[in-house]
Write a protein that binds this ligand. Sequence first.
Ligand code: B16
Ligand code: MG
Length: 219
Amino acid sequence: MKKKKGFIFDLDGVIVDTAKYHYLAWKKIADSLHIEFTHDHNELLKGVSRVRSLDIILDLGKIEASQEQKDQWLIQKNEDYLSYLVDMDETEILPGVMTVLNFLKAKGQGIALGSASKNARPILEKTGILSYFDVIVDGNDVSNAKPDPEVFLIAAQKLAVANSDSFVFEDSVAGVQAANIGTMTSIGIGDATVLYEAHHNFKDFTCISEAFLSELINK
Ligand code: B16
Ligand code: MG
């Protein structure tokens, strides 16, 4: 019998599209500081921690602030972000994700979450897919942000699979780099021209075939 493999999913932009809610919450802060913050700017925040995201926004406006003030903005942003998640349910799961999760589960593969978000668990609960995950590693468990591979290395270790037997689904450049640095196979979800460093690229999960997944399982 083949060894069990590890399939590690990023959350935002892979399982659910919460980038739009992060954007709304950050935009409120940016607007209050008269910083121009567009959807293109929001791309810079994908896969990036909350603390680092604020620094990027302040840099855009060339604004310096005390740690106390930053902490206030971070709390305000998260409260606002969470208010957008109140009505979240399974309809927010991105197309094709359930098919892939069900296939991997049926094949007895290891399934983990590897996300920078500190709100990962409530999101998995609200969307009803928490039980699919054997392991959850999120922003509360790591000290180094992607592209540091820490989040994925912990996930593989907890799944008890080798890094070389781990496959990472990611929508951010930093996340793809983290998987590559961790000597895992990176699977970019989104724009292949942006995620060109990934070993494999798919526009979304509806483009991932059972044949492709079986190939990974039997590698
Ligand atoms: P939170 P991922 C990341 O999640 C998001 O892409 C990023 O935009 C966000 O700033 C980060 O989580 C932190 O999220 O404020 O909820 O802790 O893509 O790594 O799943
Ligand atoms: Mg992401």
